[in-house]
Design a protein around this ligand. Structure first.
Ligand code: IPD
Ligand code: CA
Ligand code: CA
Ligand code: CA
Length: 262
């Protein structure tokens, strides 16, 4: 399949950083694991992958800004374009030998997300999307699921854990949703949750307090797969990180339940 020059740049960068993550996967003792806060790990693998992505993306598009989880914002001369990058989404899975982690690359032009890539180097699933051009996994078109009744739906979520999130609020959410859905899932990598919504495996997903690099690529992916993504309270999801998505109906159903809870 022929991709645009932009997607080719993103794919090339993700594949190189992906090879680095693959080499590091299973090598925990050599990765200088440290904690940024309680249960908030960072390793040499995250840092190496981020530097490779920074190098390749800024070489191909000189001047674009770069926001990465580990290095923060690095401004460029071009104030319109910013890469939004998570070099290793799912570090906790990675550290536990669970092959469910990803590189996530979003591109923002002014206030609009225009492209996204999510790559799981362990399975080699490569998700790409460009605004107005659709979303694909390994060149196969992605489409959100068509189920319209919550009782038929499998919904993914993020869970608060040591050092992060509002446990009481999450318990209210669980109590409200569990009896209404066919199943809830928590896989631990927000970008892959969004990719799975885009591909119709999950009917919906919500999580609070995510960061822009967790969701930027996934937002484009779900939208280009025909889905609806927003902030639980209708704000700017890239700023709040309180994301809810699904097809139009399931997005609305989930938002209606989650919104009054907090
Ligand atoms: C985390 C993952 C996880 C989500 C966390 C994120 P990280 O990202 O996306 O699914 O629940 O809140 O911080 O730190 O592994 O890149
Ligand atoms: Ca992290
Ligand atoms: Ca992340
Ligand atoms: Ca990360």
């Amino acid at each position: 399949m022929l991709h645009s020059a932009l997607i080719n740049v993103m794919v090339k960068a993700a594949r190189r950083a992906g090879r680095s993550l693959k080499r590091d996967f299973g090598e925990v003792e050599n990765l200088q694991v440290s904690m940024k806060g309680p249960a908030n790990f960072v390793t040499l693998a995250d840092k190496r992958a981020e530097e490779m992505l920074y190098e390749d993306l800024t070489k191909a598009r000189p001047g674009y800004g770069f926001l990465g989880e580990e290095g923060g914002i690095r401004e460029g001369a071009d104030k319109s374009h910013t890469w939004i990058v998570d070099p290793l989404d799912g570090t906790t899975n990675f550290l536990h030998g669970i092959p469910h982690f990803a590189i996530s690359i979003g591109l923002q032009r002014d206030d609009t997300l225009i492209a996204g890539l999510i790559y799981n180097p362990a399975t080699e699933d490569l998700y790409i999307a460009e605004r107005g051009k659709g979303a694909f996994v390994n060149d196969k078109r992605l489409r959100v699921a068509g189920r319209n009744q919550l009782h038929d739906c499998v919904i993914a979520c993020g869970l608060p854990h040591l050092g992060r999130g509002d446990f009481a609020l999450n318990q209210r959410e669980m109590a409200a949703l569990q009896p209404k859905v066919a199943g809830l899932r928590r896989f631990g990598t927000a970008s892959l949750d969004l990719a799975a919504v885009a591909g119709g495996r999950f009917d919906g997903f919500w999580e609070r307090n995510l960061s822009p690099w967790d969701v930027a690529a996934g937002i484009v992916m779900v939208r280009e797969a025909g889905g609806t993504v927003g902030d639980i309270h209708g704000g700017d999801v890239l700023k709040t990180g309180n994301i809810v998505c699904g097809n139009e109906t399931i997005h609305a159903e989930l938002a209606k339940i989650l919104k009054p809870l907090g």
